[in-house]
Design a protein around this ligand. Structure first.
Ligand SMILES: [Zn+2]
Length: 309
């Protein structure tokens, strides 16, 4: 009997130990959005530090590097919204591949850059220069989601019928530059991609609004994937897939997308977008909802793209 209980515990841990957890979500966000990270502005040493933080987890989860320099895919980003002497900045995407030996691949992405100390444009603060824009919701929350999904799919002991490409994009705040660079210089052929799931700002769940899921119209097959999906949190779907974040770059290449977003708030693009305002418990529920949709989608053949009018 004792041996049986022990074995069940082991098995339970093996099967369910890797599901998204609010505790880990919180720790990732607190780390990436701490004042020490100086707002992860493009070209800053802290932005590079955030990239290595992500690569370290990709390595821990056994993902194969699919950048052009290990996990990194370096590129030059350009600041054009404000005039600065150093408008060209070194940036990088961070790319890890979970190879299940399948013909097609699901892309999961989130940007990790933010507005730094308010000298690269896009801040909504009146006097932004010199103030740390922590970007806890935008988009440490999405990166935490990316890492949790990477952990789940690489450690769940299941060989899924699709591969996964996990991507953290640089220079999104400068106009989707990382995702655009990747799509023009892909390290995996675009025709091998099934669809792309993007997370940008999933940490400020508002129970009245619910979590928005954009891109519902980008494949006629999406409604099938949502069949029977219930969740402890409220969600709604929205047809367009061409706005909001890096999903727009994939949509432009006719790849179906889903875009998860908990909505705007008064701290958006301000120094007050801080970790203590994150609802990690709700983010955990959002990630579990994503897993349910992904698992449904993996029962189906590769999606075909539909343009949303
Ligand atoms: Zn963002």
């Amino acid at each position: 009997m004792i041996r049986f209980i022990f074995l069940s515990l082991l098995l339970t841990n093996y099967l369910f130990g890797q599901t998204p957890s609010a505790g880990r979500v919180k720790r990732h966000i607190e780390k990436l959005a701490s004042d020490k990270m100086n707002g992860r502005g493009t070209g800053s040493p802290e932005n590079a530090k955030a990239a290595s933080y992500i690569a370290r987890y990709f390595k821990k989860y056994g993902l194969a590097p699919l950048g052009t320099d290990g996990y990194n895919q370096p590129f030059t980003a350009k600041i054009s919204r404000v005039v600065v002497p150093d408008s060209l900045r070194q940036a990088t995407n961070v790319i890890g591949f979970l190879d299940n030996g399948a013909p097609y691949t699901i892309v999961i992405g989130a940007h990790y850059d933010h507005l730094g100390i308010g000298r690269q444009g896009s801040s909504l603060e009146t006097q932004p220069a010199g103030k740390i824009h922590n970007g806890a919701d935008d988009n440490a929350s999405g990166v935490a989601g990316l890492l949790e999904l990477a952990q789940y799919f690489s450690k769940n002991g299941v060989k899924e019928p699709y591969n996964f490409l996990f991507m953290a994009f640089g220079a999104e705040e400068l106009g989707l530059q990382g995702s655009r660079y990747f799509l023009n210089n892909p390290t995996l052929p675009l025709e091998k991609m099934n669809f792309m799931v993007c997370m940008d700002m999933i940490g400020r769940y508002n129970p009245e609004r619910g979590v928005g899921i954009g891109g519902y119209g980008t494949s006629d097959a999406w409604p099938t994937m949502f069949k029977g999906v219930d969740s402890t949190i409220k969600f709604f779907t929205d047809r367009p897939g061409n706005g909001g974040s890096d999903n727009a770059s994939f949509y432009a290449k006719q790849i179906p997308v889903l875009f998860f977003h908990t909505g705007g708030h008064p701290d958006y693009h301000k120094p007050s977008d801080d970790p203590d305002k994150i609802d990690a418990k709700a983010e955990e529920a959002i990630l579990k909802l994503e897993i349910r949709i992904l698992e449904n989608a993996m029962q189906q053949p590769k999606l075909s793209f539909t343009a949303v009018k």
